[in-house]
Design a protein around this ligand. Structure first.
Ligand code: KG4
Ligand code: ZN
Length: 341
């Protein structure tokens, strides 16, 4: 089966062609620079940019895959959750393509697709997901932080999520307080390499709470008050590196501890992680260490597939189509608030 997938839920315009579980192409046009001057994603601008980029990105994906649109067997797009007017662009365009080609169309939950992104590339490549199921999966990005129990293919249950800010948002907002450009996560990661993670002691919210929910707004506020009381720290480049390392250590400790606890409680043997924050080197290293120590198999999404991309949408859509997932009517609407259950 050859399938075209489109993803426009936030600030990445992406199109991918997948065939028989393999990515033939995965073109991503990021809008990060556009939104940087506003310090966050501006939905109206995101939608306009998607409109501008969707056609060239889709053409590039088809070209790289070496196929024409006539060879497509199905079309898929992100249906939600995401920014309404951003989702609308990709979803309606994909429906139009399916209509024109008279092919099946499937709307996909963005988070459910993240669950599969650790499997679709990497070493060793995994043809059969089932050998790593059940697993506990951490999805951690700018908009979301959640733990999901994947019992078997297409069967999962959300264990917990953030009750306020996402971990990525905490990276971005605390970085902004330190004068770093949006999105600050990658820059904090880079600066933290030469910083002391024990230099400053920031709170680890809900670390000792037995549940699977997260909270990062208290950590953010604590950094804000700390900088209000110690503004001179920001004049010292090494102190900024120490701050980055200390904030990162707090976020990573919470993510790793709670993920491992959920994995133990649910008796799984495998842990997976995806979403933009999974690019973070400290998180990857700490998850690796903790899983080795506790005897869990760990599968991290490849960095290029951690951030939003259409390949994960296409891979999941193909699995659903192969399992005769019922096709919804072609005029279905977007679901910006679609919560994974
Ligand atoms: O998944 P993603 O591209 O978009 C959504 O938010 O859905 O994730 C973007 C988030 C941003 O908050 C960004 O700062 C964070 O992922 N991020 C990182 C790193 N790379 C991206 N955070 C920490 N360390 C990184 N290396
Ligand atoms: Zn995402």
């Amino acid at each position: 089966m050859t399938l075209l997938a489109i993803e426009t839920s936030c600030d990445e315009t992406s199109a991918a062609v997948v065939r028989d579980g393999k990515i033939l192409s995965n073109t991503v046009s990021s809008q990060i620079k556009l939104h940087a001057e506003y310090g966050g994603v501006v939905p109206e601008l995101a939608a306009r940019e998607h409109l501008k980029n969707l056609l060239p990105v889709t053409r590039a994906a088809l070209h790289e895959a070496g196929i024409s649109s006539k060879e497509l067997d199905a079309v898929a797009a992100t249906q939600g959750p995401g920014l309404g007017i951003a989702l609308l662009v990709g979803f309606k365009a994909a429906q139009a393509v399916a209509f024109a080609l008279n092919k099946p169309f499937l709307g996909i939950n963005h988070h459910e697709a993240h669950l599969y992104s650790p499997w679709i590339a990497g070493t060793p490549p995994v043809a059969d997901f089932s050998q790593f199921q059940p697993n506990v999966s951490l999805i951690v990005s700018g908009g979301h932080t959640m733990l999901v129990l994947v019992e078997s293919e297409l069967k999962h249950r959300v264990l917990g999520g953030t009750i306020d800010d996402a971990a990525g948002e905490c990276f971005d907002k605390t970085g902004k307080m330190m004068g770093l450009a949006y999105p600050a996560g990658p820059e904090i990661d880079r600066l933290a390499e030469q910083g002391n993670p024990k230099a400053f002691d920031f709170p680890r919210p809900l670390l000792h709470d037995p549940g699977d929910d997260f909270s990062f707004s208290g950590l953010k506020t604590s950094v804000r008050y700390f900088l209000r009381d110690n503004p001179a720290l920001l004049d010292d480049a090494q102190k900024i590196r120490d701050l980055c390392a200390s904030v990162q250590a707090a976020i990573v400790e919470v993510l790793v501890t709670k993920t491992l606890r959920a994995a133990r409680r649910n008796n799984v043997r495998c842990v997976t992680a995806s979403g933009g924050v999974t690019c973070n080197r400290a998180l990857r290293a700490e998850l690796t260490r903790a899983c080795e120590r506790n005897g869990f198999n760990l599968r991290l999404a490849e960095k290029s597939l951690c951030t939003d991309n259409a390949a994960m949408i296409g891979i999941l859509a193909e699995r659903k189509l192969l399992q005769q997932f019922p096709l919804p009517p072609l005029d279905e609407e977007i679901q910006p608030g679609w919560v994974l259950a």
